[in-house]
Every structure is written in structure tokens, then in C-alpha cells.
Design a protein around this ligand. Structure first.
Ligand code: GDP
Length: 451
């Protein structure tokens, strides 16, 4: 899975990474190749287009970090775009099942015949029940609502025995909605935590199937409705997912046959076409062949450039660190002018909290609580504007700011002379704190003091 896509992208990036500089045209050409690679991997056209547009815009707008090459930076941007495409919310970790608060939580499985629905029902049940090494220990009941396919209900019962998960006794001739009702009642009466409903599939999407899904959902009020799709069916899987998501309120997708040699397009398109995360990947016929779907890991596998991605992440961190160290070096010499204050204020704003040094310096802690008291971010913006309205000389030597100059600064920054005075007082207090620190033997002495 993903192999040929991985090879294609690898080729594009190998060519980029060797280069010392990249023009906009280079980036655009590379992204065109990325687009072709995605389409060849069976990614849906609109999904591929949006992906490439976003990544291109980012790559062109991006300032290149010191200590990485532009090509490396582009790899990182494409990696992040892949994670987003696969449905990573923020950290790229797997989306969990949401089982609600009042048991029994109903998990309804939907999908076409042969997609792996019954197998996946039993795999998830096993995982939740802790049977055969599953992680959680929930009391799970499974019920098959498939009255179309001969022996479907027996197939689930067999898997239940195999996985040591209870199944609802079969009543011949009962219809899906009635089975769902009976299953729900049994689950309530017998204190089950989770009820898994394996619904009937069809060979194709048809209206009768959709109506049946909706009727069952009305009765069972599922916490999760998981669509099972076969990754090997590629573009068809995408079409199936689109139809289902338009008619049934899905909460997630399970992609089966990820162990096969699918080109991967289904996996890559699924989030975009359904708006729902892939929660699990089926990776084989055995009952333990089910994995949580981690977008960041999958992206890593596709690009095969985990080292480059972490290099760029580290470089970004290092630069913050270097900026902090530069200020620290000045402080150690007892220098703390309004430029230094401004740099710290900007860092506070960027990081939404204390600047990198603030944890170490009592003066900065004071500044921050002062800022919070008077209203947070807005104040930081005002302070930045005031310092911005000063001349370079005034910033280096705040004592130059007499009454006349203060009026000019206040006017220039849309603040008042009072505000300017507050800023200067804060700077003075901080500079004083820095001097004390220096007397104690600089940052080293302070570090010793704070242990
Ligand atoms: P249903 O008709 O949707 O209920 O499909 P089944 O659960 O009966 O699965 C159909 C076939 O696909 C069975 O032979 C399963 O063992 C197989 N199968 C299901 N999931 C996977 C998977 O993730 N990988 C592989 N290789 N086979 C799978």
C-alpha cells in the first residue's frame, strides 16, 4: 500500500532537496508532479487539487528556516498537508471511538457487501471487550441485522465464539429494525456497555439499503455509525463513501484490506469526501488485524522522510532557542533596553504566554502578570506600538524620553502619555531586576539561586 505513491514523491523531493535555493517556479513545478503522483494513486481529483493548492501557497509564502534547505522545508509542508488530508486534528493522532456516557453505547456498522463489515464488527468487539489480548474490558454484545445474505447471522455468531464476544440469539424471520429493537433491549437488561450492530450490505448502493440504515439508526440511536469500505476498490470506495455520507449520519470510516496493494487514494480521499475521520484500518483476515489509524504515522510512511520532517521541526525550535539565548547574553552584560523588552513582548504574543526567558527571570514574570491584569493581548499590541513609535536612540536610551517626546510617542501609537509612562516604569522595574541578577553573578548565579 502507498508504495508507488511513496516512490513517486520520493523522486520529486530528492530532486528538490539537493538544491541550495528554490524559485517559485521550482516549487510550482514540484507541486505539479505531486499532483500527478496523487492522481495516479487514485486520489479523488478535487481532493488532489485542494491539497496541491494549499501546499503550494504555504511553500511559496514560507520563510526558509536557517539550517535547513528550502527542499527540506517543502517536504515538511507536504508532510503536514498529508496529515491534514488524512484527518489529523492538530497532533495527527488517531481519532478515538466516542462511546457516549450512558451504556449501552451502540456502534452501527454500515457498508457494501464484501467490504469486510462482519469481520470488522467482530474485530472491534474483540478489541473493546479485552478478549484475546484486547486492551479495554467492556461488556460487548454483537447482533447481525443482515437478513439478506444467507448465513450472515451465523457468520457473526461463529466469530463471536471465536473472539469470546456474546452474540444476540438468532430468531428466524425477524426483520432488521425488530432485531435492532430486541438487541437494544437485551443489551439494556443484561448490562452490556456496548452493542455492535452489523447491518446488511448490498452489492451496490441503493435506496432501499439507505432507508433501512436510517430506520435502524432511528431505533438504535447509535453513538457511532462506522462506514466500512474496502481500500482495494479505490475510486469506487470514494464513491460509496460519498453516497453513504450524504444519506446516513456517519461518525467515522474503517478502511479494510490496507494489507493489500491498494494505491492508497481511497485512504487519502476519505476524510475530504465524508468529512469524517478514518478510525481504524483493517490489515488482514485475522481477528487481531485491526489498527487505529494514525494520520501522522501514515503520512510518515507515505513520504518515508521522517528524518527530514523531524529535522525541520527541530530547526524551528532551535531558532526560538537561539533568539532567547541572544537576549540572555545581553542581559548577562546588564543590557536591557526597550528593544529587548519589545522582543520579549513579541515572543509573549506569539507563544500566547511567557516568553522563552520568562520562566527564568523574575522581572519578566512581573511584566507578564502586569500585562494580564490590564487586559492581555491588546496591551501587548499597544506596548509594541509605543516602542515602534520611538526612535532607535530612544529605544536604546529610554531616559531621553522627556515630556515632549512622550507626547509624540503617545500620538504616534494611538495611546496616552499615561500609557507611555506605565511602559517605561515597567521597563525600569525589569531592568532593575536584571541588574540585581547580574550582581549575583549573572544568569549562572541566578540559576544557582533558583536551583
Ligand atoms: P461483509 O460482507 O462486509 O460482512 O464482509 P466480510 O466481513 O464477510 O469480509 C469479506 C472477506 O474479506 C472475508 O474473507 C474477510 O476475511 C476479508 N477481510 C475483511 N477485512 C479484511 C482486511 O482488512 N484484510 C484482508 N486481507 N481481508 C479482509
Amino acid at each position: 500500500m502507498f508504495e508507488s505513491l511513496s516512490d513517486r514523491l520520493g523522486g520529486v523531493f530528492d530532486r528538490l532537496r539537493g538544491r541550495g535555493s528554490l524559485t517559485e517556479a521550482d516549487v510550482r513545478a514540484a507541486m505539479r508532479e505531486v499532483r500527478v503522483a496523487l492522481l495516479e494513486a487514485d486520489v479523488a481529483l478535487p481532493v488532489a487539487r485542494e491539497f496541491v493548492d494549499k501546499a503550494t501557497e504555504q511553500a511559496i509564502g514560507q520563510q526558509v528556516l536557517r539550517s535547513v534547505t528550502p527542499g527540506q522545508q517543502v517536504v515538511k509542508i507536504v508532510n503536514d498537508a498529508l496529515v491534514a488530508m488524512l484527518g489529523g486534528d492538530g497532533d495527527g493522532s488517531a481519532a478515538e471511538l466516542d462511546l457516549g456516557v450512558t451504556p449501552p453505547a451502540v456502534i452501527m456498522m454500515v457498508g457494501l457487501q464484501g467490504s469486510g463489515k462482519t469481520t470488522t464488527t467482530a474485530k472491534i468487539a474483540r478489541r473493546l471487550s479485552g478478549g484475546q489480548g484486547g486492551r479495554e474490558r467492556k461488556k460487548v454484545l454483537m447482533a447481525s441485522l443482515d437478513v439478506n445474505r444467507p448465513n450472515a447471522q451465523e457468520q457473526l455468531a461463529t466469530l463471536g465464539t471465536q473472539t469470546e464476544v456474546a452474540t444476540l440469539p438468532i430468531v428466524a424471520g425477524q426483520q432488521p429494525v425488530d432485531i435492532a429493537r430486541r438487541a437494544l433491549q437485551a443489551a439494556k437488561l443484561q448490562g452490556y456497555d456496548v452493542l455492535m450492530l452489523d447491518t446488511a450490505g448490498r452489492l451496490h448502493v441503493d435506496q432501499a439499503l439507505m432507508d433501512e440504515m436510517r430506520a435502524v439508526a432511528d431505533v438504535a440511536r447509535p453513538a457511532e455509525i462506522l462506514l466500512v469500505v474496502d481500500a482495494l476498490t479505490g475510486q469506487d470506495a470514494v464513491n460509496v463513501a460519498t453516497s453513504f455520507s450524504q444519506q446516513v449520519p456517519l461518525t467515522g470510516v474503517v478502511l479494510t484490506r490496507m494489507d493489500g496493494d491498494a494505491r492508497g487514494g481511497a485512504a487519502l480521499s476519505m476524510r475530504a469526501v465524508t468529512g469524517k475521520p478514518i478510525k481504524f484500518a483493517g490489515t488482514g483476515e485475522k481477528m487481531d488485524a485491526l489498527e487505529a489509524f494514525h494520520p501522522s504515522r501514515v503520512a510518515g510512511r507515505i513520504l518515508g522522510m521522517g528524518d527530514v520532517v523531524s529535522l525541520v521541526e527541530r530547526a524551528a525550535e532551535t531558532i526560538q532557542q537561539e533568539d532567547a539565548e541572544k537576549i540572555a547574553a545581553r542581559l548577562a552584560k546588564g543590557q536591557f533596553d526597550l528593544n529587548d523588552l519589545r522582543a520579549q513582548l513579541q515572543q509573549m504574543r506569539k507563544m500566547g504566554g511567557l516568553g522563552a526567558l520568562a520562566g527564568m527571570l523574575p522581572g519578566l514574570k512581573k511584566a507578564q502578570s502586569a500585562v494580564q491584569q490590564v487586559g492581555g493581548d491588546k496591551v501587548l499590541i499597544h506596548m509594541d506600538a509605543m516602542i515602534g513609535s520611538m526612535t532607535e536612540k530612544e529605544r536604546a536610551k529610554p531616559e531621553l524620553l522627556n515630556a515632549k517626546r512622550k507626547i509624540r510617542v503617545a500620538k504616534g501609537s494611538g495611546t496616552t502619555v499615561q500609557d507611555v509612562n506605565k511602559l517605561l516604569k515597567m521597563h525600569q522595574e525589569m531592568a532593575g531586576a536584571m541588574k540585581k541578577i547580574r550582581k549575583m553573578g549573572g544568569l549562572k548565579g541566578m540559576a544557582a539561586m533558583f536551583g
